[in-house]
Design a protein around this ligand. Sequence first.
Ligand code: HPA
Length: 269
Amino acid sequence: MTDQRAVEIIRNHSPDAEVRVGLVLGSGLGGLADQVDGVSIDYADLPGFPRAGVSGHSPKLVIGRLQGVPVAVLGGREHFYEHGRADAMRVPLETLQALGAGQLILTNACGSFRADIPPGALMLLSDHLNYAGLSPLIGEGTDRRFVNMTEAYDREMRADLVRHAEALGIPLPEGVYAWWPGPMFETPAEIRALKVLGADAVGMSTVPEVILARFLGLRVAAISVVTNMAAGLGNEHISHAHTKASAPVGAAKLEKILRAWLSGLPGAG
Ligand code: HPA
């Protein structure tokens, strides 16, 4: 059951709020929330929205227009590692859908396995590996829980994002993202194992949200900002401080692609 309380509070703040696209911003990527022309509501005022918070996130929902498109931007997310619940983002995503969102773009910071996708680069998720082995749909009592994940990452959204990235001269290679439950980073042996399994990058988020989005019938795409080579593959010291400091390098490119993609949507202003 959707928790309608957040929807009602948002409607009180912004009675005509309409949303077409939802955006979830990852660690160090929250800057876009401040660029939306609209209403900002702290998560603390929205029942069911992320609570504790992780540094580097901006815990607010902003509803308004970006490139003329009605958007809802979630300035931060809640992760499995904060409390052991994989369905932490269910209410926020249900809320976006209740406000009218049909498409969702998720962003995150990740560690790369590929020398040709180095720190500072972006990667478009073509698929994922649910290495954590967890689901946000445990306990869902309806047959809707049997979500088809064959083409979870929307083909048309991906093609459009790649087209806009090309036009901007920004490389946007596709790759497979592995969900690591965290909060500790991986060992080099774990990274070698994930590589054998077919992953190109690793991170601690996004996958449960993709599962929820497909459950809700939202079309979804996801873009990673590479903040480091994964454990054992590079020389930098992997840490959350490093993630937060490095994310803005890729974030500038990510924002350009997202703005261009929004401008290209039918009816964009
Ligand atoms: N591993 C997991 N999550 C991450 C990493 C990483 O190397 N970098 C940024 N988020």
